[in-house]
Design a protein around this ligand. Structure first.
Ligand SMILES: [Zn+2]
Length: 227
């Protein structure tokens, strides 16, 4: 191998990468025109370099595709969780709706006798076999309210005994709205009843919202005494 060929072949890599200074570049170009052997070597290296570049492009492409796939997977995961949460919310809304819709409260007038309470209970039982009936006396209601007031419960002390402001009440749960309507109809003419409260919402989501509000108020703890 001639001396010049050695030099040129040393420079060929730089020539292919375009990193030679103008003088070296000129030297290589001039030599390649006249030397078949070096030209061959140059073609060979150029071909290999092209393959390398193509590989690089392919790897970059694969990386990009991979990244996109990963992002897609994350999005799918997020959407799945959101959809599951939505479904759970719907289920909760509808369950609490049907539970609430079939609940009624009956508040009795003051000084109602045991006998009259028993009479009202019988009327309810006659209208619905499945009714779940809870009777709460004024004293029990007062205790319940005191528990809600927590450390401010002393504010209710003056309502003990004869001043008790809480009426006796029945809470009735049935399995159907129709039962509630039947019970309501049967009780409408009873004088000893002060008020009947039932199925206040016909929107499951509003019912859930009002449940949540009530729950929040309960959780917030003692009622402020306004000072
Ligand atoms: Zn040569």
């Amino acid at each position: 191998m001639k001396k010049e060929c050695e030099i040129v072949q040393d420079l060929i890599f730089g020539y292919c990468d375009g990193t030679l200074n103008p003088a070296s570049k000129e030297l290589v170009e001039k030599h390649l025109i006249k030397c078949e052997e070096c030209k061959k070597a140059y073609e060979e290296i150029k071909k290999d370099k092209q393959v390398d570049d193509n590989d690089k492009i392919e790897i970059d492409y694969l990386k990009r595709v991979n990244k996109k796939l990963k992002r897609k997977k994350i999005m799918i995961a997020i959407f799945s969780v959101l959809i599951i949460l939505l479904v759970i919310l719907h289920i909760i809304a509808f369950i609490s709706y049907y539970h609430d819709q079939t609940t009624m409260k009956i508040f009795m007038k003051e000084n109602i006798s045991e006998e009259e309470i028993e009479n009202i209970r019988n009327q309810i039982e006659n209208q619905s076999k499945d009714a779940e009936i809870t009777y709460i006396s004024p004293e029990e209601k007062l205790e319940e309210m005191k528990e809600k007031f927590k450390e401010n419960a002393y504010l209710l002390d003056e309502y003990e005994g004869e001043n008790n402001i809480f009426p006796a009440e029945f809470i009735i749960k049935t399995k159907s709205v129709q039962d509630i309507e039947k019970i309501e109809e049967s009780l409408v003419n009873i004088e000893e009843i002060q008020k009947i409260q039932s199925g206040s919402s016909n929107n499951p989501y509003m019912a859930l919202l009002s449940d949540c509000m009530e729950w929040y108020i309960d959780m917030r703890g003692p009622v402020s005494n306004g000072k």
